[in-house]
Write a protein that binds this ligand. Structure first.
Ligand code: BGC
Length: 688
């Protein structure tokens, strides 16, 4: 490989016109493009955003649509690994059919904070759940012979000032939380690339952070693939190269094309060793060949839209979480008059904004302008229409909810009122609070006062407050439901589908319960930096590894809805917890039974608390999602990853398990753990 060929591999460009220049020769049109090395048969990298479907930014591929999947939060709420795998396969099939061979998916940052603008792209607040579900999606995608990323490495948990924010965290706590999610996702999904993040970590930009890229990822985890920067996240040539960055993405967005002529010169002058450039190129090539991009290049042709859409539908069916049900749901078959109110339920289901946004099959249903640069976009799956189909004999009335008093009047005359409420979230901005935007809380409140049989369907980017909760009789967290979401919601309302989603995030009762009651800095939609004078905003992660439910447990706080929670139209019982310890291997099993009258899916969860008294927060160590007929029982078992018994010793770079008695527990959410059993182990340690 010539020096020029190596240098061409380590720098990528936007796959779109930029700065008055057309898109690069050979680019299909997308977020990124790398020319490859044609002389050697190394293919160009055609890179597309792909977390929630194949994106088409700015309609660069005129009129090209793809399946808009439900948010990753919805996918995580299924707790169904097989379904996550299917999601990855479906997105990869659609990407390959368009000629893409590199998928910018796998957003596995932990949800530390309900304000986070990209929470809908992320999976959960728990490292095991996030790592397993993201890993399954990545494995599914890579099985289709595309190269995937896992991103944004690491601790890019808020959007405000993301390009300068300095996240401060104890390194051991990072290893036990966000980094563990990445580690598990990488082990299971084998993504060919890791995308480093915009923010700083402990004072150093993630894309030139030697601790993150070299020590943790490449040395401790022995990661064989390459590190590519997020778009505009490279800040230096030599420092980044020496810290472990292998590839500069979207180079036009950087202050300077750091891995272009500057890198060539740095190598020529010995400021960056030739061996480092060789290693960068070797890593990129390793991933290209390992993902079979050469042996099995994408075949451009029609993709079956039905396959993707079936997967989207199944994710929303399994991922919507029934949070409250005072006997209203499923709605009686002979219900005669339903009023559907608000949330543009006549048109479609809300989607999140930013690079993950997909141009859905069938076209956008409607948009609602927020300011000159931002609009809420609705995917074409109208819940109203779907409800009409589910209840063909009922009269279904629509009210747009803009006038709360009018909506209340219509609701009073109906048997059941269903209010749809939306919270639009986007990459690039955080939410200012957890209240539903606009007048929606008041709308729900007055409707529920007018009709005691009021159900609420929430389409949100994450947890929101519910000041009206006690007045309503049913609440469904539908997240962003993707392009078949309306249909799934109607099926859940009618009971055609029995709800089985479980919360992958804690819903706080109040912001004061959180380690950071507000995002650091002042969230703004225009993305303008908070400190124009170049100062850096610091996010002090005082919760360390105690993210989400662990924080609540350690502080004795009661959330509005706990992690793992979700109702069903049937009931389940969990019994006979037993634990077996064999050296470093801990296995737990329990029997789950459907003791109600309908078929349904239960998700028994297993947790462990480290020795250390009352303050020791539980850690999720495993779960099983099982479908059970009425009366059916199944014994489920999990093997505990020993890292979940350990604390990380950063000085020694080892996981250390202390001798002692650990409390293993099982239940249907983190608060309802009725069963427990002690686990006694001797001390041992593990490599990082
Ligand atoms: C996002 C990445 C995305 C990239 C390319 C960035 O703004 O943070 O997640 O893959 O753009 O579109």
């Amino acid at each position: 490989m010539s020096q020029a060929e190596k240098l061409a591999l380590v720098r990528g460009h936007l796959g779109a016109p930029w700065g008055g220049r057309p898109k690069p020769d050979g680019a299909i049109g997308s977020a990124g493009f790398v020319a490859g090395a044609p002389r050697l048969g190394v293919p160009a990298l055609q890179e597309t955003d792909a977390e929630l479907g194949v994106a088409n930014p700015g309609d660069i591929r005129r009129g090209d649509s793809a399946t808009a999947m439900p948010s990753n939060l919805a996918l995580a709420a299924t707790w169904d690994e097989a379904l996550a795998r299917r999601q990855g396969e479906a997105v990869a099939d659609e990407a390959r059919a368009r000629g893409f061979n590199l998928l910018l998916g796998g957003a596995v940052n932990l949800i530390r904070d309900p304000h986070g603008g990209r929470n809908f792209e992320y999976f959960s607040e728990d490292p095991l759940l996030s790592g397993v579900m993201a890993g399954a999606a990545l494995a599914g995608a890579q099985s289709r012979h595309v190269l995937t990323t896992v991103k944004h490495f690491a601790l890019n948990d808020q959007e405000t000032d993301r390009s300068s924010l300095d996240v401060r965290i104890d390194p051991a706590a990072a290893r036990e939380s966000d980094l563990l999610a990445f580690e598990i996702a990488i082990e299971r999904g084998h993504p060919g690339a890791v995308m480093c993040a915009y923010n700083r970590v402990n004072g150093v930009y993630a894309c030139e952070n030697r601790w993150l890229l070299d020590a943790v990822l490449k040395e401790d985890w022995r990661y064989p693939g390459f590190v590519m920067s997020d778009w505009g996240a490279t800040h230096s040539t030599v420092a980044a190269a020496l810290a472990g960055l292998d590839h500069e993405s979207g180079a036009q967005l950087d202050a300077h094309e750091f891995f272009g002529p500057s890198l060539a010169q740095a190598v020529a002058e010995g400021r960056a060793p030739q061996a480092r450039l060789d290693d960068m190129a070797r890593r990129i090539l390793t991933s290209i060949y390992a993902a079979s991009l050469v042996d099995d290049p994408p075949r451009v042709g029609p993709a079956d839209p039905a396959a993707g859409e079936r997967t989207a539908l199944d994710i929303e069916r399994e991922g919507a979480v029934l949070l409250r049900n005072q006997g209203l749901l499923p709605l009686a078959v002979d219900v005669r008059r339903i009023v559907v109110i608000g949330g543009r339920a006549d048109a479609g289901m809300l989607a999140g904004g930013g690079s993950s946004q997909v141009a859905p099959h069938g076209g956008v249903a409607t948009t609602v302008q927020i300011d000159k640069d931002h609009a809420e976009v609705f995917d074409p799956s109208s819940p109203l229409m779907a409800i009409r189909r589910q209840f063909p004999r009922a009269q279904i009335v629509w009210d747009d909810g803009r006038n709360a008093n009018q909506a209340a009047k219509v609701a009073a005359a109906a048997e059941v009122a269903i209010v749809f409420a939306v919270q639009w979230m986007t990459e690039g901005a955080d939410a200012v609070g957890i209240a539903l935007p606009g007048d929606q809380d008041r709308l729900i409140d007055v409707v529920a006062r007018a009709n005691p049989r009021t159900a609420v369907v929430l389409e949100t980017g994450g947890p929101v407050a519910m000041p009206w909760l006690e007045r309503t009789v049913a609440v469904i967290a539908a997240w962003y439901g993707g392009q078949r979401g309306g249909e799934a919601i109607a099926e859940l309302l009618s009971g055609a589908v029995n709800p089985s989603g479980r919360l992958p995030v804690t819903f706080p009762a109040s912001l004061v319960q959180l380690p950071r009651p507000a995002p650091m800095g002042d969230p703004r939609l225009d993305g303008a930096p908070n400190a124009a004078d170049g100062r850096t905003i610091v996010a002090e992660y005082r919760e360390g590894a105690q993210v989400g439910y662990k924080w609540f447990a350690a502080r004795g706080e009661r959330p509005l809805f706990p992690f793992g929670f979700g109702l069903s139209y049937t009931r389940f019982a969990l019994d006979d917890l037993s634990v077996n310890v064999d050296g470093q291997r801990v296995r737990a099993q329990a029997t789950v039974k459907n003791v109600g009258e309908r078929a349904g899916a239960a998700t028994p969860q297993f947790y462990i608390a480290l020795p250390g008294g009352a303050g020791a927060a539980p850690r999720l160590v495993g779960w099983r999602r099982v479908e059970l007929q009425p009366g059916e029982a199944r014994t489920v078992s999990v093997t505990v990853d020993p890292r979940l018994l350990a604390s990380f010793d950063e000085a020694a770079r080892r996981w250390r398990v202390a001798a002692g008695t650990y409390a293993l527990s099982a239940g249907f959410d983190v608060e309802r753990r009725r069963l427990s059993a002690p686990v006694t182990t001797g001390a041992f340690d593990l490599p990082p």
